[in-house]
Design a protein around this ligand. Structure first.
Ligand code: UTP
Length: 627
C-alpha cells in the first residue's frame, strides 16, 4: 500500500472516530494497517467491537509472513459473509446461548408436551393409494434438497456417503437412487398432464468442504445419473468459528495463530443457503409449491415420498415431518406439540433423552410410555421434511434465513467456566418450525419403518454392539432393508415371496429376504407396481431379481435363482414361466479383511454371481421372456 493510501486509511479511521480506540485496543493491528483494505479494516473494527482483540495479539511478532495476515482476513470475510447477520451476530448469539448453558437454563421451561395432529398411513390401503396419487400430481411443483455435507464420522467410510451402493445386487449408489427417483416422479407427474409437460424438478445438494469436490466428481463422471446438469445445483455450506470461552472469544488454531478454528455448523445451514442463494424465490416465481428435504443414506425414502407429499397437499401442511412408529424411550427424537404457559405453541422434534424428563416434569408421571398400540404416541422423527414454499419464504424473510441454534460445550468442571476444547454454535434442519407463528400448519406423516427408514450411519463394530431389538443403521441393515421392503411390497401386490432367513454379517443378525430390486421408474407408486404384476408369481428366498426398465411386467413368473432384466424405455417386456438357476449367493466377509473393497467389507457380505438369466432389450417393441 502506498503512503497516500496509508494516510487515507488513517483518515478513514479518524473520520469513523475509532482511531484512538482502535490503536489502543489492538496496537499490534495498528502497526499492520498498511496491509489492509478498507473492507478489512471494517472487519477488524467489527472484531474489536465484539471483544476479539486477542486475535491480533501476535500481529507484531517478528518474522510473520504478511500473506498469513491477508489469509486471516480472507477467512474472517468468509466467516462473516456466510453467516446470516455476519460474525457480529454469531458472537452475540453465542454469548447468549453460552450464558444460558452455563446457568443450566432448560429450553423447555414453561412448555407442556402433547401429541400433535398428523396422518398415520398404512401401506397399500385405499387412503395410502389416494395420497400417493395426490403426491404424484404435486411432484411437478416440488424441489428436492439433499443435505450431504456431513462427515459421517460414525460410519467411518473413506469416501462420501452418497457414493456408497444402497444395495449391491444392482450396485446403485445412494446419489443415483435419489436422482433416478426424482426423475421417476418427474415422469409420472408429467404423464398426468394432458399432452405431457416439460417440468424439470430442481435437485439441490448441500455439500461442505468435506464432501463437495467428491460429489461433483461423482456427478460428472456419471453424467449426472441421467439428470440434466442444469437441474442440479450444489450449495456448499461453510464451517463456523469455534469459541474458546463463555465470552465467545473466537478460538485460534494451535499451529497457526492467524487462523480461526472452525467446525461444522450442522444441517440446519440448508435453510440459510437456500434463502441467500435466491433459489427459493426463483422456484416460487416458477410456480413451485413444495420443498422436500432428505438425508444422504436412506435407501427407502422415496417409497414414502409420494404419499407424504399427498398428505402435505391434502392437509395443507406448511411443514410435514416424515416419521415412523417409535417405541417409548427408543433413541430417536419424538415429534411433539409444545404449549407454553404464555400461549405459544410449536410442533417440533424433541430428542428422546429430553422427552421423557419433560413429560415427567409436566405431570405425566410415567413419562414416555407406549400406548395400547405398543408404541409411544409421539412419532419418531426421521428428519425428512416437506415444506410449503410460500410460507417457508415468508418465514425465512423474517429471520434472514437463520434458524434456532444451540451450543453444547464440554466443560472442564462443574464451575462451567472453561471448556475442554473449543465449542461452536450448531443448528439442525428440523428445528426450522421453532420460530413459526401458532397459525402455521405443522403436521407429520407416519409410515412403517420397513417402508420409509433405513439409514446407514454406523460402522460395523458399533452396529454389532447395538442392543438386541434396536436398529443397526449400518450398511448391512440398510441393504437388507431394501430387499425386505421390495419383498413386502410385492407380497402386498399379490406375489408369493418366500419368508426370509436369519443370517449374521459383521456380528449383526438380519433378515435376509430375496434380493429384489428395481429402478425407481418401474414402480414409483404402489398402484404402478400392482399394474406390473399379475397372475400367480412366486419368488424363492434364495432368489435375486434386478429390474432395470420401466415397462417390465411379471406374469405367472416362478423364480428360483437370479433374473436380470434390462430394457430401454419403449421396450415392453412380459416375463412369465419358470426361471431356475444356481443364482447369486451371499458370502460372508469380515469388515477387517483389508483385501476386500471398503464399500463391501462394511456390509459383511459379497455377492457371488454363480449363475443367472440376464436379458437385454435395447430396441423399442413388445417382447416376451419365457425361458
Ligand atoms: P448425520 O446425523 O448422519 O451426521 O447427518 P453426519 O455428520 O453425516 O455423520 P456423523 O454424525 O459424523 O456420523 C444427517 C444428514 O445431515 C447431513 C449429513 O450429510 C446427513 O445427510 N449433514 C450433517 C450436513 O449436510 N451438514 C452437516 O453439517 C451435518
Amino acid at each position: 500500500m502506498s503512503s497516500t493510501a496509508i494516510e487515507s486509511t488513517a483518515d478513514t479511521l479518524s473520520r469513523l472516530g475509532i482511531n484512538a480506540d482502535f490503536a489502543s485496543s489492538a496496537p499490534n493491528l495498528h502497526k499492520n494497517l498498511q496491509l489492509l483494505s478498507s473492507g478489512q479494516i471494517e472487519l477488524a473494527k467489527m472484531l474489536l467491537e465484539m471483544g476479539q482483540s486477542h486475535l491480533f495479539e501476535h500481529w507484531a511478532d517478528p518474522g510473520v509472513d504478511d500473506e498469513e495476515k491477508k489469509g486471516f482476513f480472507d477467512q474472517v470475510d468468509r466467516l462473516n459473509s456466510s453467516y446470516p447477520g455476519g460474525l457480529a451476530s454469531y458472537v452475540k448469539s453465542a454469548r447468549q446461548l453460552l450464558a444460558d448453558s452455563q446457568s443450566g437454563k432448560n429450553p423447555f421451561d414453561g412448555f407442556t408436551p402433547s401429541v400433535p395432529k398428523g396422518e398415520v398411513l398404512t401401506f397399500g390401503d385405499e387412503d395410502f393409494i389416494n395420497f400417493e396419487e395426490a403426491g404424484i400430481r404435486e411432484a411437478q411443483k416440488a424441489a428436492f434438497v439433499l443435505v450431504a455435507g456431513g462427515l459421517g464420522e460414525r460410519l467411518g467410510y473413506n469416501g462420501i456417503k452418497v457414493a456408497l451402493p444402497a444395495e449391491t445386487a444392482s450396485g446403485t449408489c445412494f446419489l443415483q437412487y435419489y436422482i433416478e427417483s426424482v426423475l421417476a416422479l418427474q415422469e409420472a407427474s408429467c404423464r398426468l398432464v394432458q399432452g405431457g409437460c416439460q417440468t424439470r424438478i430442481p435437485f439441490v445438494i448441500m455439500t461442505s468442504d468435506d464432501t463437495h469436490a467428491r460429489t461433483v466428481e461423482l456427478l460428472e463422471s456419471n453424467s449426472y445419473f441421467g439428470m440434466e446438469p442444469a437441474q442440479v445445483k450444489l450449495l456448499k455450506q461453510e464451517k463456523v468459528a469455534c469459541l474458546d470461552d463463555n465470552d465467545a472469544r473466537l478460538a485460534v488454531e494451535h499451529r497457526n495463530k492467524y487462523r480461526i478454528q472452525t467446525k461444522p455448523h450442522g444441517h440446519g445451514d440448508v435453510h440459510a443457503l437456500l434463502f441467500s442463494s435466491g433459489l427459493l424465490k426463483i422456484w416460487h416465481d416458477a410456480g413451485l409449491r413444495w420443498v422436500l428435504f432428505f438425508q444422504d443414506t436412506n435407501g427407502l425414502l422415496f417409497k414414502a415420498i409420494p404419499a407424504s407429499l399427498g398428505v402435505s397437499s391434502t392437509r395443507q401442511y406448511h411443514v410435514n415431518s416424515l416419521a415412523v412408529p417409535r417405541r417409548a424411550k427408543e433413541a430417536i427424537g419424538g415429534i411433539t406439540k409444545l404449549t407454553h404457559a404464555d400461549g405459544r405453541t410449536m410442533v417440533i422434534n424433541v430428542e428422546y433423552n429430553q422427552l421423557d424428563p419433560l413429560l415427567r416434569a409436566t405431570g405425566q408421571v410415567d413419562g414416555d410410555v407406549n400406548d395400547e398400540t405398543g408404541f409411544s404416541p409421539f412419532p419418531g422423527n426421521i428428519n425428512q421434511l416437506i415444506l410449503e414454499l410460500g410460507p417457508y419464504i415468508e418465514e425465512l424473510t423474517k429471520t434472514g434465513g437463520a434458524i434456532k441454534e444451540f451450543v453444547n460445550p464440554k466443560y472442564k468442571d462443574a464451575s462451567k467456566t472453561s471448556f475442554k476444547s473449543a465449542t461452536r454454535l450448531e443448528c439442525m434442519m428440523q428445528d426450522y418450525p421453532k420460530t413459526l407463528p401458532p397459525s402455521a400448519r405443522v403436521g407429520f406423516t407416519v409410515m412403517d419403518a420397513w417402508l420409509a427408514y433405513a439409514p446407514v450411519k454406523n460402522n460395523p463394530e458399533d452396529a454389532s454392539k447395538v442392543p438386541k431389538g434396536n436398529p443397526y443403521h449400518s450398511a448391512t441393515s440398510g441393504e437388507m432393508a431394501i430387499y425386505r421392503a421390495n419383498s413386502l411390497i410385492l407380497r402386498k401386490a399379490g406375489v408369493q415371496v418366500a419368508n426370509p432367513v436369519q443370517q449374521v454379517f459383521n456380528g449383526q443378525e438380519v433378515e435376509v429376504w430375496p434380493r429384489i430390486t428395481w429402478k425407481p421408474k418401474w414402480g414409483p407408486t404402489f398402484a404402478e407396481i400392482k399394474r406390473k404384476v399379475c397372475g400367480n408369481c412366486i419368488i424363492s428366498q434364495s432368489s435375486t431379481m434386478v429390474i432395470k426398465g420401466r415397462n417390465v411386467f411379471l406374469e405367472d413368473l416362478s423364480l428360483d435363482g437370479a433374473l436380470l432384466i434390462n430394457a430401454v424405455e419403449d421396450a415392453g417386456v412380459k416375463v412369465r414361466g419358470s426361471v431356475q438357476n444356481k443364482g447369486w449367493i451371499l458370502e460372508n466377509i469380515d469388515y477387517k479383511d483389508a483385501s476386500v473393497p471398503e464399500q463391501l467389507r462394511i456390509r459383511g457380505f459379497r455377492i457371488n454371481k454363480v449363475e443367472q438369466l440376464e436379458k437385454n432389450y435395447s430396441e423399442p417393441g413388445k417382447f416376451s421372456l419365457e425361458p
